[in-house]
Design a protein around this ligand. Structure first.
Ligand code: NDP
Length: 254
C-alpha cells in the first residue's frame, strides 16, 4: 500500500508563521489537508498572513502570542484546545537572529537567543504534549539549522541554541515516543527570508552560499514543505528523534 501523506482531519500549530519558513510550511500542511493555527507576535502581519492562506481555501486560525513567555504560551495553547480544537501537529519554528563578535555579545542578547529558540521549544511542546499524550498520538517538528552541527563567525549564540534544539528533539523522543508521539527536527540550509536580510544584501555572502552549497543556490521556502508534510504525516510513523537536513547537500560536503 502507498504510504499516506494525508493530513485531513489534523490540526497544526506552527509558531512564527506570519512569514518565511513558518508560513511556507503551514501552507504545505494546509495543502495536505490540515487545519492551520498560525502564530507570531505582530497581530497585523499575522492577520494578513492568515487571510492570504484562508483565501486559498484553507481552514486557518490566527493566535498571536510570544513563545518566550511561559504564561502566554500556556494560555494560548489552552485557548486553542478549548475554542479551536486539539493540536495534532506542532512545528516549533519561531526564531530570531542576532549577529556579532562573541567577545562583545551582550549577556541579555545571549539569553534572548536561548529563550527564543530553546526554552520556547520546551515550553510550547510541554503545553501541547499534555493533550497529545492524553490522545495517544501527536507529531512535533522542531526547526534546527546547519548551525546545529557546525559553526561560523559572528553566530555562536545562534549555533549554541540550534544545537540545543537538536538534542532537545532527541530528549523529547526519549520521553514521549513511548507515549505515542513522534518528535523530529528539520535543519534548513540557507533560505532567502527576512531573518537573512543582511546576508542576502551582501554579494560576497551570496557567492559563498552558491559555492558552498552543492546544489549551487539558496533554498526556496516552498522546498521545506515536503519535509514538513512527511514528518507530520502517517508516512513517518516509525521515525523519532531524527534531524532531517534540507540544505541542498550543504552538510554533506566540506
Ligand atoms: P523570519 O524572520 O522570516 O520569520 C520569523 C517568524 O518568527 C516571524 O513570523 C516572527 O514574527 C516570528 N517570531 C519571532 N520571534 C517570536 C516570538 N518570540 N514569539 C512568536 N513568534 C516569533 O525567519 P525564517 O522564516 O527565516 O526562520 C524561521 C525559523 O527557521 C527560525 O527558527 C530560524 O532560526 C530557522 N532557520 C532559518 C533559516 C533560513 O535560512 N532562513 C535556516 C535555518 C534555520 P513576529 O516578529 O511578529 O513575532
Amino acid at each position: 500500500m502507498a504510504p499516506s501523506f494525508d493530513l485531513t482531519g489534523r490540526r497544526a500549530l506552527v509558531t512564527g508563521s506570519s512569514r518565511g519558513l513558518g508560513l511556507a510550511m503551514a501552507s504545505a500542511l494546509a495543502g495536505a489537508g490540515a487545519s492551520i493555527v498560525l502564530n507570531a507576535r505582530d497581530e497585523v502581519a499575522l492577520g494578513a498572513a492568515a487571510a492570504d492562506l484562508a483565501a486559498t481555501g484553507a481552514d486557518v486560525h490566527a493566535l498571536a502570542f510570544d513563545v518566550t513567555s511561559e504564561e502566554s504560551v500556556t494560555d494560548a495553547v489552552m485557548h486553542c484546545e478549548k475554542e479551536i480544537g486539539p493540536i495534532d501537529i506542532l512545528i516549533n519554528n519561531a526564531g530570531i537572529q542576532i549577529r556579532g563578535p562573541l567577545e562583545d555579545f551582550a549577556f541579555d542578547k545571549f539569553e534572548l537567543m536561548l529563550s527564543t529558540h530553546v526554552v520556547s521549544t520546551f515550553a510550547v511542546s510541554k503545553a501541547v504534549a499534555k493533550g497529545m499524550i492524553g490522545r495517544g498520538h501527536g507529531k512535533i517538528i522542531n526547526i534546527c539549522s546547519v548551525l546545529s552541527s557546525a559553526a561560523r563567525p559572528n553566530v555562536a549564540p545562534y549555533g549554541a541554541a540550534k544545537a540545543a534544539v537538536a538534542n532537545l528533539t532527541r530528549g523529547m523522543a526519549a520521553d514521549w515516543a513511548p507515549r505515542g508521539l513522534n518528535i523530529n527536527a528539520i535543519a534548513p540550509g540557507y533560505f532567502k527570508t527576512e531573518l537573512n536580510k543582511a546576508l542576502i544584501a551582501d554579494p560576497k555572502f551570496n557567492d559563498w552560499v552558491e559555492q558552498r552549497t552543492p546544489q549551487g543556490r539558496w533554498g526556496e521556502v516552498e522546498e521545506l514543505g515536503g519535509a514538513a508534510v512527511f514528518l507530520a504525516s502517517p508516512a513517518s510513523n516509525f521515525i523519532n528523534g531524527h534531524v532531517l537536513y534540507v540544505d541542498g547537500g550543504f552538510t554533506a560536503v566540506v
